[in-house]
Design a protein around this ligand. Structure first.
Ligand SMILES: *[C@@H]1O[C@H](CO)[C@@H](O)[C@H](O)[C@H]1NC(C)=O
Ligand SMILES: *[C@@H]1O[C@H](CO)[C@@H](O)[C@H](O)[C@H]1NC(C)=O
Ligand SMILES: *[C@@H]1O[C@H](CO)[C@@H](O)[C@H](O)[C@H]1NC(C)=O
Ligand SMILES: *[C@@H]1O[C@H](CO)[C@@H](O)[C@H](O)[C@H]1NC(C)=O
Ligand SMILES: *[C@@H]1O[C@H](CO)[C@@H](O)[C@H](O)[C@H]1NC(C)=O
Length: 498
């Protein structure tokens, strides 16, 4: 959680700055600005933040083609700080004339159109949130001028083209969220050399292999899910051992083994590599995952035994091994499913002799050959347990009472729930809400995010609802192609081949 801590400190700082500053600003400055516009400011060779902001926002307004919630109808006049979705703060608390546009928050506004180069005039912007709209095209190259921007959330739009390389030139960026768009091509190595804390690229069309410098990334959260990435999980992942809390690469085309270096991720709480083509056995280093709570290797082609080195981890809550070719399960993996642990352990769809809900024997023997139920190696555990076997460690008193029923896997929580409803646009408090943690301790990650994040730091004035949950589909998403697709990624060049 160290990384999140860093993000939160920054947020709290900005929040304090903004609440101190917002009320105190005199209106005389706006009158002053009424004499200028961005062009004037440029012509004089001076930088006048609010005039430049006026020019930027008016240019953007012209590029917004549909505005059903009437946001840009409020974008009238020179007082840009009164525009809906635009948030100002003082650069210097003691100087009421130091007001700048510090945040744009237009989440869930149902806007259509494109972003414009003029947005690069907003040089003091710290936060740019436009999740859940219908924007097309890509990010303007001028975003490289947003040198203070630390939080960029363009998720759940119709952006397309190659990875938005301009984000690599944004020096202050720590939260990069481009999930639920139509980006494609490779992920550039440089994104893993950036000082990001959170990287969300899930639910796009990225392909190719993850670069080998993956492990250089200091992120606490990386979500690559639901793309077409392939190749092996880079062994450099061991270099993320001090920082990585959540790794979610589910539903790609990864193959190869789960490298033993995975066992070095002792800060990882959520590890999900499900729905790929991983092969081989579970690494025998998994006992190193001391912080692990949720583990999902389901729907791969793994074999061998599910061993105590994973089931014996102290903090696990939900272990999913289903739909592989495992042939044995350590007794401990059953014991932890009883009170008081009540760990959810799903071993269905495997090749474990004696257990119900396994693959047909012919499927198992076709894949495993002679490894499958060889008489010399009986399964580690038979289910249901023999009546007189020692009671499970955590079973409730009556020694010979039948064991509790196996964990119920259905009905599952609504994995594909839609994003939360759009908020009502009313004069909002300052925007500086933290990025919603994808993983917030007690409640399971896979449930829809409760609209304010449970573990957000102090008083989060959550005007902006969380971006779409990792596992929900884009509301306004494919199959329908973008209404307007600029030529191959707008301002970016076409994606290179792998
Ligand atoms: C935004 O669009 C969605 C999907 O079309 C719709 O369900 C929702 O009512 C719209 N919200 C507003 C405020 O227009
Ligand atoms: C981890 O980082 C160090 C220092 O940057 C580097 O020398 C090493 O090769 C990296 N390890 C892996 C497995 O990439
Ligand atoms: C994954 O494995 C299956 C079964 O071997 C194979 O049919 C499929 O093509 C593989 N997919 C990739 C992307 O390698
Ligand atoms: C699985 O466990 C059984 C019983 O302990 C053992 O005979 C077998 O070799 C194990 N298989 C692997 C792949 O480790
Ligand atoms: C456990 O994890 C699986 C797979 O990630 C998920 O489908 C299931 O809902 C989880 N169960 C609980 C009780 O959290």
């Amino acid at each position: 959680m160290r990384g999140h801590g860093g993000v939160r400190c920054l947020h709290i700082l900005v929040l304090v700055l903004s609440t101190l500053g917002l009320q105190a600003v005199a209106s005389s400055r706006e009158i002053e600005h009424a004499n200028h516009d961005g062009k004037w400011a440029k012509k004089q060779g001076t930088y006048d933040p609010l005039s430049s902001a006026y020019a930027a926002l008016q240019a953007w307004k012209l590029a917004i083609t549909n505005d059903p919630t009437g946001v840009t109808a409020t974008w009238v006049g020179y007082d840009v700080c009164s525009y809906r979705g635009v948030f100002c703060e003082l650069l210097n608390d003691n100087d009421p004339w130091s007001k700048v546009v510090a945040g744009i928050d237009l989440n869930h506004a149902n806007l259509s159109g494109t972003l414009v180069e003029e947005l690069g005039y907003l040089k003091d912007l710290g936060l740019f949130h436009i999740n859940t709209n219908f924007f097309t095209g890509t990010l303007p190259n001028s975003f490289k001028d947003l040198t203070k921007l630390f939080e960029l959330d363009v998720s759940n739009n119709l952006f397309s083209g190659s990875f938005p390389y301009v984000t690599l030139q944004m020096p202050s960026l720590i939260y990069l969220d481009i999930r639920f768009n139509e980006f494609y091509g490779p992920l550039p190595p440089a994104v893993f050399d950036k000082s990001l804390d959170a990287l969300f690229v899930n639910n796009n069309h990225f392909d190719c292999q993850i670069p080998n410098n993956f492990g250089n990334s200091p992120v606490s959260v990386v979500v690559l899910a639901n793309n077409k990435l392939n190749g092996e999980l880079p062994r450099s992942i061991s270099n993320m051992s001090n920082t990585l809390n959540e790794l979610v690469v589910l539903n790609n085309d990864f193959n190869g083994i789960l490298p033993p270096e995975v066992g070095e991720l002792d800060q990882v709480v959520l590890f999900d590599v499900s729905s790929n083509n991983f092969t081989g056995t579970l690494p025998d280093t998994l006992q190193g995952l001391g912080s692990l709570e949720i583990f999902n290797v389901g729907d791969n082609q793994l074999k061998g035994n599910i061993t105590e080195n994973i089931c014996g981890l102290p903090n696990v809550r939900n272990l999913t091994f289903r739909d592989n070719y495992f042939t044995g399960e350590a007794g401990l993996c059953l014991e932890i499913t009883y009170p008081p642990r009540d760990v959810v352990v799903d071993v269905s769809g495997n090749c474990i002799a004696g257990l119900g809900d396994q693959k047909p024997p012919q499927v198992c023997s076709a894949f495993l050959g002679t490894e499958f139920i060889s008489p010399s190696s009986p399964p580690v555990y038979y289910y249901p347990p023999p009546v007189y076997s020692p009671p499970p460690v955590y079973s409730p008193p009556p020694v010979y009472s039948p064991p509790p029923p196996p964990p119920v896997y259905s009905p599952p929580p609504p994995v594909y729930s839609p994003p939360p409803p759009p908020p009502v646009y009313s004069p909002p408090p300052p925007v500086y809400s933290p990025p919603p943690p994808v993983y917030s301790p007690p409640p399971p990650v896979y449930s829809p995010p409760p609209p304010p994040p449970v573990y957000s730091p102090p008083p989060p004035p959550v005007y902006s609802p969380p971006p779409p949950p990792v596992y929900s589909p884009p509301v306004y998403s494919p199959p329908p192609p973008p209404v307007y697709s600029p030529p191959y990624g707008g301002y970016s060049s076409s994606p290179p081949n792998c």
